[in-house]
Design a protein around this ligand. Structure first.
Ligand code: PLP
Length: 394
């Protein structure tokens, strides 16, 4: 059975071009880039090239790129650095719908005396900008607002949020793990101070990420020890991973147009057809500006986990909520923050596409999913008309 992979917000396949670029550095070119001899030096040169490729995708300069191990490390580093460099400030502004890499860290920081403000979102997942403005205080060390939500694809106005923070002398970080490579980003004229990237979300391997740190931003490293990354992140470099990420950024720049036309059209077709074929279904965040590749659809009165299991029988890979939290049976914190009714939030499925998806795959999903929902609803006690009336309070 052929795998139909539509879980690209969880992770992506390594692009063949990326793998090919990496292979020599996993085999023969194993030198340490910090070595004095040319066998290591040539690896160092390729890392510099990768830094240029990442900087080009972001509209940044090479000195602003710090390689890390993943998006989570980048997020943690940014927030902890802000607290350390502004020692008298203990307030963090973030949102109710962040990825756990930010959310759980912020929860932990409350135990160390930090005050956290989580800005709410509306029914479509849009950020409450008035609440955001009000929340910025002289005590705020950092505002950390994600660029695009991993579960719904909803895009936040981070440029506007960054300007508001800068006007008050507050550092601004964005978790752009889901945005980079999918929508254009240009940090040259931006007020964003720090930005996180994860390699495995844009067809590079797992185990590599980036923290962009604007020139002049006060910074305290998270991993201390080595001189690597200009002393901003100790540890011998993941050379193959970094070189692969550089190539992936170059490819992402080339494929941005396709992502926003062909991939978006596939996503839109999926949504339109599934909504028209399945009653009591809705797109979460459908009224907001969204990433071109993501749809989060709720099918009322069925269990998201059960839908995934039956989809798996047809080789279809999707997710209910973020991959990191799908082990839990709690409805997703993102959908709860949006006020999605319980019976809808439980039956939500995220389909996230990439340039590797085809028309045929989309047709197969459109063909299979409605019958899966019908089958599950036949077993659902809540689907009976009298129970529906009871659940909705009518
Ligand atoms: N931030 C967002 C928005 C994500 O979607 C993810 C991964 O799902 C992360 C951070 C964490 O990235 P990584 O898996 O590289 O640690």
């Amino acid at each position: 059975m052929k795998t139909i992979y539509m879980d690209n917000n969880a992770t992506t396949r390594i692009a063949p071009e990326v793998l090919e670029t990496m292979l020599p550095y996993l085999k023969d070119l194993y030198g340490n880039p910090s070595s004095a001899y040319s066998f290591g030096g040539q690896v160092g040169r390729e890392i510099r090239n990768a830094r240029e490729q990442v900087a080009a995708l972001l509209g940044a300069s090479v000195e602003e790129i710090v390689f890390t191990s993943c998006g989570s490390e980048s997020d943690n580093t940014a927030i902890l650095s802000a607290l350390q460099t502004a020692k008298d400030k203990t307030h963090i502004v973030t949102t109710r719908v962040e990825h756990p890499a930010v959310k759980v860290l912020c929860n932990e920081l409350t135990k160390r005396g930090c005050r956290i403000t989580e800005i709410p979102v509306d029914r479509e997942g849009r950020l409450d900008m008035d609440r955001y403005k009000e929340s910025l205080t002289p005590d705020t060390a950092i505002a950390s607002i994600m660029w695009a939500n991993n579960e719904t694809g909803v895009i936040f106005p981070v440029e506007e949020a960054a300007k508001l923070a800068r006007n008050r002398g507050i550092l601004f970080h964005t978790d752009a793990v889901q945005a980079v490579g999918k929508i254009p980003i240009d940090l040259q004229e931006s007020a964003i101070d720090m930005l996180s990237i994860s390699g495995h979300k844009l067809h590079a391997p797992k185990g590599v990420g980036v923290l962009y740190v604007r020139k002049g931003t006060k910074f305290a490293p998270f991993l201390i020890g080595g001189h690597q990354e200009g002393g901003r992140r100790g540890g011998t470099e993941n050379t193959a991973g970094i070189i692969g990420l550089g190539r992936a950024c170059e490819l992402a720049l080339d494929r941005m147009e396709e992502e926003n036309t062909r991939v978006k059209a596939l996503r839109d077709r999926l949504e339109k057809e599934l909504l028209s074929r399945v009653t009591n279904s809705r797109v979460n965040g459908g009224g907001a500006e969204r990433l071109p590749n993501t749809t989060n659809i709720s099918f009322e009165f069925v269990e998201g986990e059960a839908i995934l299991l039956l989809m798996d029988e047809f080789g279809i890979c999707a997710s209910s909520g973020s991959a990191c939290t799908s082990g839990s049976l709690q409805p997703s914190h993102v959908l709860r923050a949006m006020g999605v009714p319980f019976t809808m939030a439980h039956g939500s499925v995220r389909l996230s596409l990439s340039v590797y998806n085809t028309d045929e795959e989309v047709e197969a999903v459109i063909d299979k999913v409605p019958s899966i929902i019908e089958k599950l609803r036949a077993f659902s006690p809540f689907w009976k008309p009298e129970a529906q009336a009871c659940a909705s309070g009518t």
